[in-house]
Design a protein around this ligand. Sequence first.
Ligand code: DQB
Ligand code: GRF
Length: 216
Amino acid sequence: MPRVKTGVLISGRGSNLQALIDACAAPDYPAEIVLVVSNAPDVQGLERAARAGIATAVIPHRDFDGRAAFEDALTQTLEAAGAGLVCLAGFMRVLTEGFVGHWRDRLINIHPSLLPAFPGLDTHNRALAAGVKLHGCSVHYVREGVDAGPIIGQAAVPVLDGDTAESLAARVLEAEHRLFPLCLRLVAEGRVQVAGEVTRIEGGAAPGPVLINPAP
Ligand code: DQB
Ligand code: GRF
């Protein structure tokens, strides 16, 4: 099977990008990363891409007169690389309707909470303040509303006594690194159907039925 050509947008560290790069190394993985684009220069994610031999581009949003012009440059660069699918992996600019519409159902994001809880920024502090006992991450299709699109997959982690935002973020990040490659695989295989802004996964295996924290 030809692999689905995928672009990844980043703004920083790129640990989720690295998880996707590592997954794409498997010969049977259904996607390949053809381009990594960052809006910020000199970020670690760009080094990760270069080390893996993946083409990179820096498109600084401040160089453009408005969001639409910036986003048109993103789309043009992604399409020139042949990308048919786009992953947001720590990309920190909100995208407007033009970009989101162009890439509708071909644009996915990883968010560090169990959506619809805690959309937006600073999710780990907010989860601690709310006192939730389970937290996690979500991969979703991107819509105009931030962190509001159809959910493709989620992974849960326990919140433990003594957790700080940092310790919780590290636990969630491990889950992110497993979930994002799994969800990109499902999307690239064409196994994710969107109907009524809810997804159905074809041939998905059911996990164990209950996760309880504290453990019974
Ligand atoms: C993010 C969600 C929110 C932010 C950044 C990344 C944010 O609020 N940043 C501060 C404002 C920056 C700015 O002025 O642009 N997660 N676009 C749409 N929908 C999404 C998700 C992310 C990035 C762009 C979405 C997105 O769900 N329309 C990634
Ligand atoms: C991750 O927590 C991701 O969920 C969020 O931004 C962070 C990016 O981290 N959207 P990294 O750049 O992938 O290491």
